[in-house]
Design a protein around this ligand. Structure first.
Ligand SMILES: Cc1cc2nc3c(=O)[nH]c(=O)nc-3n(C[C@H](O)[C@H](O)[C@H](O)COP(=O)(O)O)c2cc1C
Length: 125
């Protein structure tokens, strides 16, 4: 399973690094990349204009077919808007919302994502 992510201030990048899995970082300069293997998205939470590159990526080539779930990082101070980006993506593309965490996450967040990925691997293989 590949991890596809964006990160503006580095928190999500730190989280993904802790997962120690194959990963692909998207930026505004390179959203239209093609993947041909299962992946999950790990995204921070920002206004739609900022995270639109994830939609661009998912809708490139056959990428949507390989999307297996979405996890989100955010800041609980945003209240009801906590991790809305990941929740909206999971809803819009009809895949599981896997987990939410704050900033760069903690050990428990890392373990929970790994567990979720294992479950998807078992289910799809
Ligand atoms: C302008 C701005 C808007 C944000 N809006 C939200 C939000 O609506 N909900 C939320 O949970 N976090 C929000 N955050 C927090 C970020 O998603 C959070 O800090 C995240 O860990 C940043 O990840 P990054 O460093 O990988 O970019 C916002 C942060 C900024 C700077």
């Amino acid at each position: 399973m590949k991890i596809v992510f964006i990160s503006l201030t580095g928190q999500t990048r730190k989280f993904v690094k802790k997962l120690n899995m194959d990963s692909l970082e998207l930026s505004a300069a390179n959203p239209f990349q093609v993947v041909e293997e299962p992946y999950i998205i790990v995204t921070p939470t920002y206004d739609k204009e900022v995270t639109e590159i994830l939609n661009d990526f998912i809708e490139t080539a056959n990428n949507q077919h390989f999307l297996k779930g979405v996890a989100g990082g955010g800041n609980l101070n945003f209240g009801k808007l906590f991790v809305f980006t990941a929740k909206d993506l999971a809803h819009d593309y009809n895949v599981p919302f896997l987990h939410s965490f704050e900033f760069q996450g903690n050990e428990e967040d890392v373990n929970l994502i790994k567990k979720a990925v294992d479950q998807i691997d078992n289910y799809t293989s």
